[in-house]
Write a protein that binds this ligand. Structure first.
Ligand code: N01
Length: 581
């Protein structure tokens, strides 16, 4: 099931002391390293994979591509980088994003500080020395003042423990750990379990190769066409001329990326106007479809109008009415993460593609030759588990992170993750979480969310050095208030109403907690800016006089932009008595 090749031998590194150790060399780890080096800090990055890129290193399944437009799904910290890189398509394929990640690593000379094929297994805070001891599966034991978790929000694959897995004679793949050499499904009977983003992207491509394809669907998915296209030199020239303005505007948007957003309520439009608006938004495609009206994720009646429209589209595409019915979701539109596809529904018109509903009669077991559901055995040569991830917290759980008094982070988070601003957790001094639970993270464009956290952390660490502070740690009551606020705000959104990986309910045994901050990226950024300007309000800094003074702002200036659009209007919040940040 894994993509790993045998890593080269190397001696273990023991006893070295760094200013910072970063766990992970995806976009978060790479940018953090760049900033640490800019500040003159010594740093080591440990990366489990054999190269940079994180998500884009592991998720090599057929059809994998980004669902945020390439021009915006990229680093924005370097104007030169923006100008020199040319994206080939509106939505970049996985291979191109990985090439971009490698380009960034080379251009900013990051590799010599990264150790690949090395998984961090433990991080332990030494209360006397006020530093972290970090251990890896290659025998490394190093120390660092700061331990920075850049482990990704969707990096721990969810592998349901179906009965009889070991009986199945064919290969079982997981989309999140795809073999690097690729998989040839030609002439095979293939089963795909799941219908989330990974499945929606891979199913049309697998169907082109396979002799037969059986999709096991537990919950029908909402997906919008990508209308992907090649980016012409003329388009790139105009876009690049306006890049700085686009980047700045994006920072003021609820998702951290720019797209046309109609703040008018759907319920105030006539049915004819709504249809016209939805047709136009559908024709633009992608995640911006949800920007057709401002109340779609807040008012169920408004949501019903877009859901009805989208169900109409599904029925107009899928020829077999029984299959079309099964493919029509009955939950809130956009409640689970909206998918973006190319030819997903059309694939079900192919004669060799079958949809099996496992919503009421779950997968019973794997057999030697296939999968059993409701007394029927579906014969398969290979199975693809597109079953997602233990989102937001799964990657932390894989590392034994021990803070003050021997408490582990997993123990502290047993009833749900607790972190101030999603960036640090009380009891774990000098431990930083990049896009941790309680920050916008997956509800924003990930790279922008990463950059904002990294810039904030860089200014924080720079300040600590300026004033001689030895440690920083959230005040428990401020953390509690933030966690409560994150939950309160989530109740305003219809997104909190269904079972999804946002609330952890896609994997058994996890508490139901809405984990990302849904109050909107710019509102969150404003809060972070205020915390910093106020001398790191809500944090205890130890070790120097004047430690809670306002810092010298080195990197966060670019995040001090006006809020262009709130995702949750103050009026909506007031109506439900949810405190604004
Ligand atoms: O995972 P998912 P994903 N029996 O959790 C089903 C990002 N991403 O890898 O909905 C049967 O969304 C599960 O069913 P249900 C993006 O943020 C981005 O597809 O829980 N089925 C669901 O259908 C995305 O949201 C991109 O009832 C089982 C599916 O497996 C996130 O990653 C591309 C099951 C899992 O869907 C995760 O996407 C890919 C079981 N026991 C991913 N267990 C882009 O940028 C689970 N399922 C485009």
């Amino acid at each position: 099931m894994t993509a790993a090749t045998t890593p080269p031998e190397r001696p273990a590194e023991v006893g070295t002391v760094f200013d910072a150790v970063v766990v992970g060399a995806g976009f978060a780890g790479m940018y953090m390293l760049h900033r640490l080096r800019g500040l003159g800090f010594s740093a080591r990055v440990f990366e489990a994979g054999g190269g940079v890129g994180g998500t884009w290193y592991w998720n090599r399944y057929p059809g994998a591509r980004c669902d945020v437009e390439s021009m915006q799904y990229s680093f924005s910290f370097s104007e030169e980088l923006d100008q020199e890189w040319n994206w080939s398509e509106k939505y970049a394929p996985q291979g191109e994003i990985l090439t971009y990640a490698n380009h960034v690593a080379d251009r900013f000379d990051l590799r010599r500080h990264i150790v690949f094929d090395t998984r961090v297994t433990a991080a332990t805070f030494d209360e006397n020395a006020k530093c972290w001891q970090i251990e890896t599966d290659r025998g490394d034991r190093v120390r660092a003042k700061f331990c920075i978790m850049a482990v990704g929000c969707l990096s721990a694959p969810n592998r349901p423990r179906f009965k009889g897995l070991e009986d199945f004679r064919g290969p079982i793949y997981h989309t999140g750990e795809w073999p690097h050499q690729g998989v040839d499904f030609t002439d095979l009977s293939v089963g795909v379990i799941g219908t989330g983003s990974s499945a929606v992207q891979s199913i049309p491509i697998i169907a082109q190769q396979a002799a037969s394809l059986t999709v096991f669907q537990r919950t029908a998915t909402w997906t919008v066409p990508a209308w992907n296209e090649t980016l012409t030199p003329e388009y790139l020239q105009v876009a690049k001329a306006n890049y700085p303005a686009l980047r700045a505007k994006a920072r003021g948007r609820p998702t951290g990326f720019y797209f046309p957003f109609n703040t008018q309520p759907a319920l105030e439009a006539s049915p004819e106007d709504r249809d016209r608006q939805y047709e136009e938004a559908w024709a633009r495609g992608g995640l911006p479809f949800l920007g057709a009206y401002g109340d779609l994720l807040f008012e169920k009646a408004a949501n019903d109008t877009i859901a009805d429209f989208a169900r109409g589209k599904i029925r107009s595409i899928v020829k077999d009415p029984v299959t079309a019915d099964l493919l029509c979701p009955d939950n809130v539109f956009g409640c689970k993460r909206l998918c973006v596809d190319t030819g997903y529904f059309e694939t079900y018109n192919l004669p060799h593609v079958k949809l099996v509903d496992v919503s009421k009669t779950p997968i019973e077991r794997f057999t030697a030759q296939g999968i059993g559901v409701n007394g029927i055995e579906y014969l398969l040569d290979a199975v693809v588990c597109a079953t997602g991830f233990a989102a937001m917290t799964g990657s932390f759980d894989k590392i034994r992170i021990t803070g003050r008094n021997g408490l582990t982070l997993s123990e502290k988070w047993r009833a749900g993750p607790r972190a101030y601003l999603g960036i640090a957790s009380a009891g774990f001094p000098n431990l930083f979480l990049i896009t941790g639970p309680g920050s916008p993270s997956v509800l924003a464009s990930m790279i922008q969310a990463i950059e904002q956290h990294v810039d904030w952390l860089a200014d924080c660490m720079g300040h600590m050095r300026d004033v001689g502070a030895t440690s920083i740690e959230p005040i428990l009551s401020d953390e509690d208030a933030w966690v409560e606020h994150v939950t309160d705000v989530s109740t305003v959104s219809l997104r909190s109403t269904c079972s999804s990986w946002y609330v952890g309910s896609n994997t058994p045994g996890r508490p139901r907690v809405f984990m990302p901050y849904i109050g909107g990226f710019p509102v969150y950024v404003q809060k972070c800016n205020e915390v910093m300007s106020g001398g790191f309000e809500g944090f205890v800094l130890e070790g120097a006089p004047g430690r809670n003074a306002a810092p010298q702002v080195r990197y966060t200036e670019r995040w001090r932009v006006p809020i262009d659009i709130d995702v949750i209007s103050p009026a909506a919040v007031a109506a439900r008595r949810v405190p604004m940040v």
